[in-house]
Design a protein around this ligand. Sequence first.
Ligand code: HEC
Ligand code: HEC
Ligand code: HEC
Ligand code: HEC
Length: 335
Amino acid sequence: MKSVLIVSITVLLALMPRMDFGRSQDEAAAREAARGTAAHIVGPGECEDCHEAEVAALQASEHWKGFPAALESERGVTIAQAMGIAQPGKDWRCLQCHATPALKKDKLIALGGVSCESCHGGAEEWMDLHDDYGDGEKEEESGEHAAERISGTVKAGMRRPDRIHDVARACLGCHVVDDVKLVDEAGHPTGEGFELLAWSQGEVRHNYMKTDGERNLAASPERRRVLFLVGQLAALERLAPRVAAATAEGAQLNTLTARWNAAAAAVKKAHRLLGEASRLNALVSALEACAEKKVGNDVAKWARAAAEDYGRGDGRDLGPLDVMLPKGVEGQPAR
Ligand code: HEC
Ligand code: HEC
Ligand code: HEC
Ligand code: HEC
């Protein structure tokens, strides 16, 4: 019975290699999930020929530079010890959020820190497709071909900037640290400061496409609204099941609840500012219906639907949100 269970869990994990919210507190399971992800990873070296500026920006960011130094720092070792982990730089309970897994001669390795495919999805199956415009240049591509290209890359696991909710889900998979032991006992940061607009427009920013790698443009005013709103919606989606399931009291639960409350308040305010016609109606009803701390799955469902919808929009209809947007950014953008 037990082995049947283990086999089916392993099969399940292998079938869900791209389950971006899932993190495990069990070493074997974390390693197995990393192996599933690794099977699709090509590594930033494969992007460099065509995305030189983006790769340089990545290499200048904490995501890449901080690895493995953060894990092996005094703080990292202290956190690891409290978790009963001797080598944090080698343990997939830590590496699952701090590194990019890859396979080298079928052996699971940490290729480096957080990288392109941590956010955009393992590229093995979409890399050749995403810049295939058919017979001519991108400008000559037919609408039909473009639609097929885009849906083809999504099916192959690409998390695209023009469907920013998919990317936001990846961020929140790592930036909500909801392992009670890791936070409460080991003192790991909870990730509570994360906010998609400010955190994607500082050191993470790599907007070079419009200028062919020349300049790292700031997001347009319209795009900023989309990033902000989708970030709040994705936080609700991410936190809903977690806040609902939390039974223990502790700093961790308090932090998650505070984050939940902040995102819920932001979405309700956005709803008021945007008016009744807004596509947030169903979500706000679900938020109001759920009794305190007993958030239902409806919130996750409607948050996701709204985030997918707004995440494909151009933000022109979101002008009233400008009063809510954070002004600062997290870290310094690369040149
Ligand atoms: C052979 C060249 C080439 C390689 C290799 C390549 N890309 Fe691209 N990529 C492009 C082109 C061309 C575009 C579209 C640029 C434009 O519209 O100006 C693009 C666009 C993108 C976009 C924006 C969304 C889109 O589809 O327009 C993302 C994200 C992206 N690439 C990620 C990657 C990642 C990650 C890798 C490495 C795993 C990679 N690319 C490798 C050529 C390439
Ligand atoms: C695979 C996990 C993972 C994903 C996905 C991820 N991050 Fe991170 N991020 C981390 C880790 C781990 C650190 C801390 C790195 C260190 O200090 O070594 C970090 C650090 C950062 C920092 C620097 C924080 C600081 O304190 O200055 C920013 C900014 C950031 N992330 C933004 C983002 C954004 C925006 C996204 C999504 C678009 C994202 N991250 C996706 C794991 C991730
Ligand atoms: C769920 C994802 C996740 C897991 C699992 C995780 N981390 Fe982190 N870690 C992060 C994120 C995200 C940050 C950045 C937090 C921020 O800046 O808000 C971070 C930051 C850190 C920092 C602080 C870096 C700095 O310079 O301030 C250390 C140290 C660290 N982690 C060690 C560990 C160790 C050791 C483990 C394994 C026991 C571990 N982490 C497991 C996501 C994770
Ligand atoms: C921390 C998560 C994260 C990492 C790492 C990351 N990206 Fe992105 N990428 C994003 C986000 C978020 C956007 C959308 C930004 C926006 O709309 O302002 C984006 C947008 C893009 C775009 C479109 C930019 C434009 O000018 O419109 C390209 C191309 C791209 N990424 C390629 C890459 C490549 C190549 C790498 C690795 C060298 C990489 N990304 C690493 C999150 C990430």
